[in-house]
Write a protein that binds this ligand. Structure first.
Ligand code: EPU
Length: 339
């Protein structure tokens, strides 16, 4: 029997930790339980929100509707070939624990994505990425419940329209499916991706000459720990904004005015601009207002030091967007989902 809770605080279920409540709250640990909840009269016609690790969301008000917390666990090896292992993972599994599981088995592919907060189910939604690797590079397929038909459907890599922090689950399919499991394709003889500057430097510092799955994971953990706040200690949701991608012409105009601008050339000729650099240059880094502000080591990350309201953090993000627009003519987009 599924248990509903009314007027439930969900503060502890999001990494920002802002004080908000859900009208109705319920957890599910299997597809059967999920179907049972969705067929229940009490949730009918109510707005629904799926919570995974709560690491990429900011609530600016109480949620009038039902919050469903995905706790589907399990790791199953579906297929093994000479070079690859296909592992199906329950959407409610913690992402970093799954990375460590693969590292312990010396399976390569997701070591660069160590220590990203959140659950497995959310990883394909926004095609999580770091240090030159994105989930799409190791994604095989996923299973999701169609909220209209209550049937499980399978999505292959090419069905998901992965882009930079994008997939169909954030666009055309938003709110229409609940991801229940994800299958990853891991490598027994991995090709390492250490080209991202900070990794090479960190491996050198650690005295590593032969990279391994474990060494790269350790290097990424060290870099992230030094730069990004631990959500267990300081409320945050990682990068609050996306890095904007602009066309070559606009970029050249910008480069002329700001020669030291941090940027990454894209395969299609466009340029990705480091939003952290733009925000930092405008003096926002480390700025604190009451109990919230901009992180002292990474200007892309907004932080909640205590009991701040989501609305205040949201307003700060609007001020940052306005100031970046005024100086650089670039409109930053929020990466974090706002409710
Ligand atoms: N920079 C500054 N000041 C800052 C922050 C950055 O000048 O306060 C400059 C850095 O010096 C560097 C450049 O901006 O030249 C890029 O910074 P960084 O390497 O920290 O990466 P990022 O582009 O800011 C992205 C992802 C992160 C991911 C890192 C590493 C986005 C929105 N963010 O950040 O992802 O960990 O690359 O690959 O794409 C997340 O999505 O939550 C996240 C943390």
């Amino acid at each position: 029997m599924v248990q509903f809770e009314y007027n439930k605080s969900i503060q502890e279920y999001t990494t920002f930790g802002v004080p908000v409540k859900a009208e109705l709250f319920c957890t599910f640990s299997s597809v059967t339980e999920l179907k049972e909840i969705l067929s229940d009269k009490r949730v009918e016609n109510k707005p629904q929100l799926i919570l995974g690790g709560g690491s990429n969301m900011l609530f600016t008000k109480n949620f009038e509707g039902v919050v469903l917390k995905n706790e589907i666990l399990g790791k199953t090896t579906l297929k093994e070939t000479e070079k690859e292992v296909f592992i199906q993972v329950g959407a409610g599994e913690n992402w970093h624990e799954f990375v460590l599981h693969c590292v312990s088995k010396n399976l390569g592919g997701i070591e660069n994505l160590s220590l990203i907060p959140g659950n497995v189910g959310a990883s394909p939604m926004q095609n999580i990425g770091a240090y030159g690797v994105e989930i799409k590079d190791v994604f095989s397929s996923l299973q999701a419940l169609n909220l209209q038909t209550l049937e499980i459907e399978e999505f292959e890599n090419e069905d998901c329209n992965f882009g930079y922090r994008e997939s169909i689950f954030k666009n055309t399919h938003k709110g229409k499916y609940i991801i229940t499991s994800v299958t990853f394709r891991l490598q027994k003889e991995p090709v390492f991706n250490t080209s991202y500057g900070a990794i090479e430097a960190q491996l050198n510092t650690m005295g590593v000459t032969e990279p391994s799955v474990k060494a790269i994971s350790d290097a990424v953990i060290a870099i992230r720990t030094s730069k990004l706040p631990d959500p267990k200690e300081i409320g945050n949701a990682g990068s609050f904004f996306k890095n904007p991608v602009i066309d070559k012409k606009s970029f050249e105009v910008l480069l002329d005015k700001f020669p030291s601008i941090a940027h990454y050339p894209q395969p299609d000729g466009k340029e990705k601009i480091a939003a952290g650099w733009l925000i930092d240059q405008l003096g926002w880094k480390g700025k604190t207002i009451g109990e919230y502000g901009v992180h002292k080591n990474q200007a892309l990350v907004l932080v909640n030091y205590g009991e701040s309201e989501g609305r205040d953090i949201y307003n700060l993000s609007s001020e940052i967007i306005d100031s970046v627009k005024e100086t650089y003519g670039i409109e930053l987009e929020r990466e974090v989902n706002i409710y």
